[in-house]
Design a protein around this ligand. Sequence first.
Ligand SMILES: [Zn+2]
Length: 123
Amino acid sequence: MTLARRPDYVNFCNCSACRPMGAGWGYFASGEVEIAGKTAEFGRTDIERCLTFHFCPACGSTVAWTPYGETAGDRMGVNMRLFPLDELTGIPAVWSDGLAMTDDSDTPTPRTGKGAMGDGKAF
Ligand SMILES: [Zn+2]
């Protein structure tokens, strides 16, 4: 996978989608991300679908999510945990309480912590 730039920050979210995937998300426009190789897709059916998750069909690692639906924007999330930590050192890291979100309104997800990649808390 090739990224046009380092992410502004890496988000560790505890919501029912992010936590089981173990991802730390960096956010990009689709044109900033090039994914080499095939990925398999997954869309939740237990809630209104708004994302497609992409994972490696060989090892199962979460690769990225892309927006799903006609009103979806161009923002996508990339699992920054797939990159070597030394390439991420110093990037701000935040922890988000996605479980506290009750809908997809404009209310920002509450932050429960912050740090930096490579600081021993974010990896
Ligand atoms: Zn989440």
